[in-house]
Every structure is written in structure tokens, then in C-alpha cells.
Write a protein that binds this ligand. Sequence first.
Ligand SMILES: Cc1cc2nc3c(=O)[nH]c(=O)nc-3n(C[C@H](O)[C@H](O)[C@H](O)COP(=O)(O)O)c2cc1C
Length: 216
Amino acid sequence: MGGLGELRRTYDGTPLERGDLHPDPMVQVAHWVAEARDALDDTTEVNAVALATADAEGRPSVRMVLLKDLDARGLTFYTNLASRKGHELRQNPYAALCLHWTSLFRQIRVSGPCAEVGREEAAAYFATRPAGSKRGAWASHQSAPIEDRAALEARMAHAVERFPDDGDVPLPPHWGGFRVTPVEVELWQGRPDRMHDRFRYRRDDAGAWVVERLQP
Ligand SMILES: Cc1cc2nc3c(=O)[nH]c(=O)nc-3n(C[C@H](O)[C@H](O)[C@H](O)COP(=O)(O)O)c2cc1C
């Protein structure tokens, strides 16, 4: 498409220095997420994250998901377990995540092994979802083709008949969460002249986190 080459912005973020970084990358990530929540308005989904998976042959695919939990164990999202991403994570249980907040000139990358969360934890999260979203999880064979919108609506109508009580829509067996255990975490702060600040956490042989500044 013509003109894209002319799009150019100056990234003018607050400098990021080694001394600003918490030794634990998950504490640092939580800190940046909290700052993004404070700084950005409601139209920005601060917890929207690109999730990359790969199939058994290493062919990648990427899509957005919503981060629903963030703690010392890792980063958690919820989805249909039988979706494309669900299949890929079963074949190849590693994932990469990328958060980006345009107006803050910040990007966070996380990668590591990815495992399904326990059924109790998934049920506890599922219980907090609106009834419509719960029924939608029953109605959709996520990532499978369907002939038309009417067929999809019919599946939803069937879910409404099956679970008429808003307070009583159970966790579908095909729905759950995945948690990415970080082994590599990078914080990126955009700076002028493409001279960005980048710091990457990785574990040394003893398992301790080491932080390295990377060239932009
Ligand atoms: C901002 C945003 C947030 C999304 N959040 C989720 C999510 O939390 N879980 C999910 O399964 N799909 C979510 N989706 C839809 C996915 O991007 C994707 O279409 C779907 O999960 C099927 O992906 P797959 O076929 O690769 O498995 C979201 C889409 C957008 C644009």
C-alpha cells in the first residue's frame, strides 16, 4: 500500500535505566502494567497481548488474547482448548507474548513454556465472566469453519436453551486457561533516533535472573 513508508513517529519515552529495573522480571512487568492502567484511558485494552504459538513443525501463528492474571508463576490467558492455539500448545508447549502500549512507547516480550492451568482455577475464572460470554464459550467450536452466521446463532440459541439460568452456566470441558512461565523477558522503551532502551532478563546456569542491555 502506498504511503506506509512515510509514516514515521518519534518515540520519546522516559529513559529506562538499569537502576529502574526490579530484579524480579514479573514484578517489573506488573509495575509496567500498573503504570499503563494509570496512564491509558478505558478504550485501550491494557491487557491485550499478542500470543505466538507454533505447530509441531515450528510454523508460527499469532493472535491477540487478553491477559487475565499475572503473578510469580507467570502470565495467564483463557481460551478454547480445542482451538488452533490450543492444538498448537499441546503439540509444542512453548509460547511468546508481546504487549505494546503505543502512547507510552513501551513493549514487553515474554517467552517460555506454556501449560494448562488447573480445572479449579479455570472454573473460578469462568465463574466471573458474564453469562453471555459463558454461553458463547459453549456455542463456539473456536477456529473450526461454520457455514454461515445463522448456524452460529443457532448454536448460541441451543446454549441458551440448555443453560437458561444466568447463574448456572458451567465451565465447558473444552475451555480453560494457559500460563506462560517466563524464561526470557524483555522491556523495551522507545527513544528518539531509534536509540531505544532494551533490557532482557534471562536465567543464568544457576537459575538466577541476569539482566542485559540490548542494542536497539
Ligand atoms: C483484543 C483481542 C482480545 C482477544 N482475547 C481473546 C482471549 O482472551 N481468548 C481467546 O480465545 N480469543 C481472544 N481473542 C480472539 C483471538 O484473537 C483469536 O481470534 C481466537 O482466539 C482464535 O485463535 P486461534 O484460531 O489461533 O486459536 C481476542 C481478540 C482480540 C482482537
